[in-house]
Ligand binder design. Structure first.
Ligand SMILES: Cc1cc2nc3c(=O)[nH]c(=O)nc-3n(C[C@H](O)[C@H](O)[C@H](O)COP(=O)(O)OP(=O)(O)OC[C@H]3O[C@@H](n4cnc5c(N)ncnc54)[C@H](O)[C@@H]3O)c2cc1C
Length: 323
């Protein structure tokens, strides 16, 4: 049995206290803890000394719809609530419903899901296994054992919610020592498995803001080995409006193929302004498949996952066209 390392656990009641505590040496933020705790048990964060819990901070939980239809989702809203709340767009409900298992969805939060650490076959194992070789980049070593020729960490972005949020043009509100800022979800990520979030470590994601759908069709499809519980090895999110039968403002986003979610702009450009025929869907799906090379750092082979990209894109676009 893997045991937690000895760490201090604190649960302040205000954001100011959380921010102050996070400035401390070896402090780490926890929300539901469903990813952080297993990672701690595997000794992935040897520097961790204090776990700062967000859970006692009031006002970070819940879904509300403003007058214009803008949807605000608190960072501590559980993934289970997101999956079942009628106020939430279907694409987000689909993505949330595909996260992990019921127990993990009941405990895991929206903020934790968007900030969830990148994953790697090499790193996400007990430390006794890792001792077979020198530490990898993400464990403080000199090279990535998955792609030794590369100079960056190849751990994979594994959030189900992130691609769907990007496809819906959602933004995040972040609060940190220098105040507050809002940024599109897409700008929260860096394509680097080591430092995958473009935010300061003591900036806290407090809220997600999803624009009013205004007729936008959107969905999410996920590939994983076990339907009942597994991280994505491919996630596909798409959204668009249909105006006079033509595609308007399309988004196509892939998850679990790189260290950050990937927007397939070539396919978006192909779709924009054209009638959504079966032929166009097939062409866009093929283009999406050609435009990515999934990192060979998850379950099943990169080659198989690449072949699944056009299949999943086509199925999703066909479903959205038929809606
Ligand atoms: C067996 C298993 C299967 C899983 N399957 C999936 C899956 O299929 N899809 C998927 O997307 N995830 C999966 N997960 C990961 C995880 O359970 C979910 O992503 C969950 O939603 C994370 O939320 P949390 O609140 O528990 O995050 P935590 O574990 O508390 O935190 C995760 C990370 O986010 C940071 N963080 C948390 N909240 C905030 C915030 N508000 N602001 C800034 N940083 C924050 C933490 O510091 C930590 O680095 C799985 C986990 C396990 C153990």
């Amino acid at each position: 049995m893997l045991r937690l390392p000895v760490v201090r656990h604190v649960a302040p009641t205000s954001l100011d206290e959380v921010i102050e505590l996070l400035a401390g040496d070896g402090a780490m933020l926890a929300a539901g803890g469903t990813d952080l705790v297993p990672n701690l048990k595997r000794r992935q964060y040897p520097e961790a000394k204090t776990i700062v819990s967000l859970r006692r901070v009031a006002g970070l939980d819940g879904v509300s719809v403003a007058d214009g239809g803008t949807i605000r989702i608190g960072a501590l809203t559980t993934v289970a609530r997101l999956a079942t709340d009628d106020a939430v767009p279907e694409a987000l409900r689909e993505a949330a419903g595909a996260v992990a298992s019921p127990q993990l969805r009941n405990r895991g939060t929206v903020g934790g899901n968007l900030c969830v650490d990148t994953r790697c076959h090499w790193l996400n194992v007990p430390d006794t296994w890792r001792q077979a070789a020198e530490p990898c980049l993400k464990a403080g070593g000199e090279m990535c054992w998955v792609a030794p020729a590369k100079k960056i960490c190849w751990a994979v972005s594994s959030s189900d919610l992130a691609p769907a949020m990007i496809a819906l043009d959602a933004s995040v509100r972040l609060v940190g020592p220098d105040g507050e800022r809002t940024a599109p979800v897409g700008e929260l990520y860096r394509d680097d498995g080591l430092v995958h979030l473009a935010k300061a470590p003591n900036e806290i994601l407090v809220e997600v803001i999803v624009p009013a759908p205004q007729g936008r069709r959107a969905g999410y499809r996920k590939l994983r080995r076990r339907g009942s519980i597994d991280f994505p090895i491919l996630g596909v999110a798409a959204s668009f409006r249909l105006e006079d039968g033509r595609v308007n403002d399309p988004r196509l986003v892939l998850g679990a193929v790189a260290s950050s979610p990937v927007r397939v702009t070539a396919a978006e450009e192909l779709l924009a302004g054209r009638p959504l025929t079966d032929a166009l869907i097939a062409e866009a799906a093929e283009l999406a498949g050609k435009s990515v090379r999934p990192m060979s750092n998850t379950d099943l082979t990169s080659r198989y996952r690449k072949r699944m990209v056009p299949v999943f894109v086509r199925r999703l676009l066909e479903d959205l066209a038929a809606d």
